[in-house]
Design a protein around this ligand. Structure first.
Ligand SMILES: Nc1ncnc2c1ncn2[C@@H]1O[C@H](COP(=O)(O)OP(=O)(O)O)[C@@H](O)[C@H]1O
Ligand SMILES: [Mg+2]
Length: 360
């Protein structure tokens, strides 16, 4: 192909969604990953019971360089299991996965060189060492040259904001959760890996730390072209940082796309939201008897109960729903009609399997 543009550089200039299913620049490929946990539970003095959990039931996805992909799913969906397989901490029972072109089973050592990992329950830092000393320790383990390591550590302590928090030279055991997470991100970046695997990196953090980490993740992908897998069960958060979302539930990929794409895959259903002082007996059943879907009520910060009713044309059912409430002696304090949110997508795809067998 004399002088012609290579296929790779051709695709690079196309919009991202055109790349779908192409193998151009795949940073991570997972194909039909299966993982089953078998544990023995004590059931009395001399008996034990075997418990089988199908954590992953054949999940497949691809992630490109420069992309932050959210693995979103409720607790127990299989997010951590996926991260552990990609980071070679756990072997899949079947299926295959590769990271930066290396097979996670056959080339585990090479995979470890190209990833930075952050687990939600961080282990391995030394309480009696400072943040800086911890990073130096891990850098030496990785075989980094002393001068380069020192420069890298200074740079990273500044990058994650530990320097400005006065944390660089404080003992790790005195760190707050947010500082621990910042240090874990710094450690993940020590060798400047092209792929980052972050398991609920902001879980339980103070807002400034969470914001700093999200901002850095965005920048590392956009500016440095890193591929980032970011697990979370928080829709608000993934919408903020992720280019694309892979929604998993019970070990299966149930939906995939940009936040906008996911919202548009929903049936054109909108939400009628009612704020009530209380949820009277029989109200939800009556609304459901109209053939409408009603979510479990939640409570707003002001103490009012929030009832969400899904409908194609909420305007048309509004009167009936309000009457159902007032006839039970409850006034509707607030009422609004909302377009689908990512949360609706989440609920739609994670509940439909249990509700109606997955047809729709
Ligand atoms: N070491 C383990 N032994 C037995 N079951 C496990 C183990 N780790 C995870 N599981 C089970 O596998 C399923 C998926 O877990 P996990 O990958 O941690 O989900 P998530 O990170 O999405 O919350 C859950 O049902 C969980 O209880
Ligand atoms: Mg998890």
């Amino acid at each position: 192909m004399d002088g012609m543009l290579s296929l790779d550089s051709f695709y690079e200039h196309r919009p991202v969604n055109v790349l779908e299913r192409e193998t151009v620049r795949d940073a991570i490929v997972a194909e039909k990953l299966v993982k089953r946990y078998i544990t023995k539970k004590r059931a009395g003095l001399f008996r034990s019971r075997t418990e089988v959990v199908d954590a992953l039931k054949g999940i497949s996805f691809r992630i490109r360089a420069g992309e932050v992909v959210g693995l979103l799913g409720p607790n127990g969906a299989g997010k951590t299991t996926t991260i552990k397989i990609l980071s070679t901490l756990l072997l899949p029972d079947s299926g295959r996965a590769s990271v930066w072109g290396y097979d996670v089973v056959r080339e585990a050592q090479k995979v470890r060189r190209v990833i930075g990992i952050m687990l939600s329950v961080e282990k391995g830092f030394y309480g009696r060492l400072t943040g800086r000393e911890n990073l130096i320790y891990f850098g030496s383990l990785y075989g980094m040259e002393a001068g380069e390591l020192k420069r890298r550590v200074d740079y990273l302590l500044d990058l994650v904001g530990l320097e400005e928090l006065g944390g660089s030279d404080r003992l790790y055991e005195e760190y707050s959760l947010g500082m621990k997470a910042r240090l874990a991100l710094a450690r993940a970046l020590l060798r400047d890996p092209p792929v980052l695997l972050l398991d609920e990196p902001t879980l339980g953090l103070d807002p400034p730390s969470a914001r700093r980490i999200r901002g850095l993740v965005r920048e590392l992908a956009t500016r440095d072209g890193k591929a980032v897998v970011y697990t979370s069960h928080n829709m608000f958060e993934v919408e903020l940082v992720c280019d694309r979302i892979i929604l998993i539930n019970k070990g299966e990929v149930v939906a995939e796309g940009t936040p906008e794409e996911l919202k548009s895959t929903l049936p054109k259903v909108r939400t009628l939201e009612l704020h009530l002082e209380r949820i009277p007996e029989g109200l939800i059943d009556e609304i459901r008897s109209y053939g409408l879907e009603v979510r479990e009520p939640t409570q707003a910060p002001d103490g009012l109960f929030v009832l969400r009713v899904l409908a194609r044309r909420p305007e048309e059912i509004l009167d009936d729903v309000v009457r159902a409430a007032t006839s039970r002696g409850v006034d509707v304090a607030r009422l609004r009609i909302e377009e689908p949110t990512l949360e609706d997508v989440f609920v739609y795809f994670t509940e439909r399997g249990t509700r109606d067998g997955g047809s729709g």
